[in-house]
Each structure stands twice: as C-alpha cells, then as structure tokens.
Design a protein around this ligand. Sequence first.
Ligand code: B12
Ligand code: SF4
Length: 486
Amino acid sequence: MKILLLFPPQEQIVSPGYMKTIQEGLGYLPPLGLLYLGTWINERTRHKAEVLDAYVREMSFDDVEAYVRRTKPDAVGITAMTYTLIDAVDAARVVKKVDASIPVILGGPHTSLFPKEAVGLPCIDYVVLGEGEVPLGQLLDRIEESGRLPGTGWRGEDGLPREGTCVEDLPAVLDKCTQKQKHRYFFQDLDDLPIPNRALTPYRMYSTVVSKRPPTTIMVSSRGCPYSCSFCYTAGGKKYRERTPSSVVDEMRASVALGIHEFLFFDETFTINKERIYQVCDAIIASGLDVLWDVRARVDCVDEPLLRRMKEAGCGRVQYGIESGTQRVMDILNKGTTLEQAREAIRLTRRVGLSTYADFMIGAPGESREEIMETLRFAQRLNLDYVHFSVTMPLPNTVLHRMGVRQGLITDETWRDFAKDPTTTFEVPYWTEVFTREQLDELVTYCIKRSYFRPRYVLQALRGVRSFGEFFRKARAGLKLAMMGL
Ligand code: B12
Ligand code: SF4
C-alpha cells in the first residue's frame, strides 16, 4: 500500500490568547514523528510511505486536496496534537472529499489522550495510540489483507461499536505492551528504529528565528521521562528509554551528509543519565562531525564537567524548565528542584560558555501577584540569554488537570468536549483560581516584555553584537522564542 503521512496546514491551532499576537516568522521544524513513521514503513514493511509537510510548504487545504487527488494514496496518516486537532480533522475531510474510500488513520500525542473521542471524529477511520511505527505497519497489513477492518476498537457509552478501530484490536501489538500501557504502544529498544530519513521532507527549509546554522533539524536521543511534574503530560511515557551514542552519531552523520549541521535535541530531558551523555559527547567528538546542537534539561541533572564536555562536543545552548522563582510554587508544580539548584545550573552553564535559556510559568494554583513578580525578578537576576514565560494550563491527563477538576475550576469534560467536537471557539483552560484569563494574559505579556526590554538585557545584548541591526534581530528572536516556547 502507498500511504501519505500528512502534517496538516496549521491554520486553526487552539492556543492561549497571548500567543495569538505573535505567530508569523517563527520558522519551521521538521515533523520528526512522521519521519520516523515514514522511514519505518519504507525500510521495514512491504508498504511505501511519503511524508507531506503541508505547513512548511505553506499549502492551503485546497492545495492538500489537489495533492491527494494527484498522487492517489491508498491510505493517509495524519498527525495530531490536541492543539492542532481542528486542522487534522479538516485534513481528513479533504481526503474523504477526494475519495471517501481512502482509509484515514489518525495518530500523535492527541490520540493517546482521547482515543475514544478520536475514533468518533468525522472522516477518521482508524486511530493509532502511542508510538506508531509498529502498529501502523501492522494496520496497513491488515487493511491490505482484509479490506476495511470491522469497527471493533471502541464501544461508545451506548455499547455500540464505533466506526473505526485502534491498536488495541491488534493482538501482536498488545503482546508487546505492559498491562498498564494496555493500548498505548511504546517501542522498547530505540536502536531498533531506523534513522529517520530527513530527505522525506524538504529538509533545507527548516530553521527557526534562533537558528545559527540553518538548515536546522530536531532529534531525540531518548524517549520518556520518569519525573512527575504536575503540569506535564509525558508524551513518551514514564519509562525512560535511551539510544546508544553510536546510533545518535549515525543520525547526525546522515544529516550532515544532507548539509544539516544544527540539531535541537527534543528529548523530554536530555541529561538524566550523565554517563550516557559523556559517551554521546565522546562519540560526537571522535566522529569529527562539524555540528552545533542544543538540549532541554533539568537543573538538577547537570554539573560543570558535564556541561564543559557538552560544549566541547558542539553544544551551544541549554534550555532549563525552572518554572518558578518561588520555592512554594515550584513545590506545588512538583518540580522536585530548588531555587538554589536553578541558580547554580545557570551559573555553571554560563561559566562554561553555553547560552542559557529558561522556561517559567505563571498563574499556578494559589499563586499571588507578588509571587509572579518574584518569579520575574528571579528570572532577571539569573541574567539569561533567552527566557520563556507561559501561563500555567491544566492540560489533559495531567495532575494539575485532576486538581482543577477537584477544585471545580474545570470539568472533566472541558478538554473531552473539544476532543469530541473540535471547534475554533474553544478556549484553552487556564488556572483561574486567583486571576481571570485576561489578567493572566496581561501578566505573562508583561513578564515577557520586562525580560527583553530591560536596560540590563539591552546593554548585555549590545556588548555581544556587532551592529544595531544584529541587536534588534536578537531581541526579536528572543521575543518570538519566548512566545513560541521552543
Ligand atoms: C518538537 C516538539 C514541538 C515542535 C514541533 C515541531 C514539529 N514540526 O513537529 C514545536 C517546538 C514547534 C512544538 C510546538 C508546540 N508543541 Co510540542 N512538542 C515537541 C516535543 C518536545 C517532541 C515531539 C517529537 O518530535 N517527538 C518525537 C517523535 C518521534 O514522537 P511523536 O511526534 O510523538 O510521534 C510518534 C507518535 O506520536 C506517533 N505518531 C505521531 N503522528 C502520527 C501519525 C500517525 C498516522 C500515526 C499512526 C502515529 C503517529 O508515532 C510517532 C513515532 O513514534 C513533544 C514532547 C515529546 N517528547 O513528544 C512536544 C509536544 C508534542 N508538544 C506539545 C505542545 C502542547 C505544543 C504547543 C501547543 C506548545 C505551545 N505552547 O504552543 C506547540 C504547538 C504548535 C504547533 N503548531 O504544532 C504537547 C502536545 C500535548 C497534546 N495534548 O497534544 C507535547 C506532547 C509536549 C507536552 N508534554 O505537553 N512542539
Ligand atoms: S516537565 Fe520535564 S522533567 Fe517534568 S515530567 Fe515533564 S518532561 Fe519530565
């Protein structure tokens, strides 16, 4: 079978109010999940996959329709985050408009959160949960062998089978899952996955406002995170799985061969296993590859020798989730780190010559205006190169969401209703115990502006640049980055 893997146009993302002010010109990053899937299908199954990133190609839904009409795929797979669900469903509609008999498969972080709702969405025939490589291959086998699968995946509240099915239906997949994961498939040995073939997408088009050596790509050297921050939905699951250093370097080498030298590691947290990171750095250095990379890490998972080694291996920036400038709020968010650890991590990162970037959240449970201002002051004292403030949101399947339901701030149905019937009028829920939505939007915008336009930042930034033009580019990049949460 010939499957088209589609990253839909991003026209109707549900995002917080303050983010809607800056959306253009942020840049593009490759749809890594679809690259993994496409490569798996092409290299490990009898099927053939093509990846269409309609977003980077700036295609409209009409363009996608014309593309499907022209290329006539036997099946279409679409990726969805909860936030991009409206576009995913519209993409499915477009496919069905071309030919109602083309099976449409939905996957991505969203389907694992709301499988039943996803199966019930219009124009979606099949839903794959968790990491899709193996289940998608098997699903295509089954579709090819038996035509349309019976809709036995989920039963609705009324007990009747819903249209479509999901991997729970596939015994071979179930065998490989732990009881707890039941229907969410996780690949155990990441080295078994073929290296994603970046040539499946127009890889030269990817870069962001902060790229130093475009084209830029993203990579993951591990999946999963064992920590339990209350606001986080760990898409890769709780079980931390890692790739070997040689496999990481092989992927970098394949990218360099295409002319890609800049890598953003989007591991949930890169430095959990320090020993492995030393080995990864050693392998990169030994390879002699000319690469620049950055990582996301926890403040309690770094030390000076490690950071130094990372710098030697081409790392340029470390992004930390610090979240708050008060210990009380950090504890409420179950971050498991201290303010002192945050100060120390930033001090060491700067000392070894790496750029520093930190994420902060405002509007956590019970958080007062004074605490928010303390977080802003804390961020300013850290003297970061880049900073990101966002509004605390009770996202689906997080501890914070359950707390919000218990306190009556949101209902269990808030996100579920959207998942059943995604509409553009939906407002992403905030934690509105102390402040209104409008106040939180104002507060976060204030924090971002104060961080980028304060005299000290301006002076510091001026010191490192060669011209005013360069300074303004940097400030613009910082501001956009802060909005994007890259
Ligand atoms: C890189 C990344 C981004 C990049 C996106 C780059 C891109 N072009 O995709 C950037 C920085 C732009 C980004 C932005 C946002 N992101 Co983001 N992002 C990630 C991150 C860190 C890694 C994604 C990744 O590449 N993973 C590795 C690949 C291999 O996994 P994967 O993509 O999940 O794909 C696998 C499966 O999901 C499945 N699958 C995926 N698609 C499909 C399709 C089919 C047909 C099938 C069968 C299977 C399948 O199989 C894949 C292979 O195993 C994840 C966290 C994480 N660790 O996953 C968050 C994450 C996906 N992002 C998230 C969010 C919330 C956002 C934002 C809304 C944040 C914001 N404040 O605005 C924006 C949305 C903007 C947008 N337009 O998309 C959430 C989504 C939660 C949810 N409920 O959907 C996550 C899970 C983070 C989190 N813990 O909350 N993000
Ligand atoms: S915020 Fe980071 S450290 Fe915390 S659970 Fe999520 S991925 Fe893990």
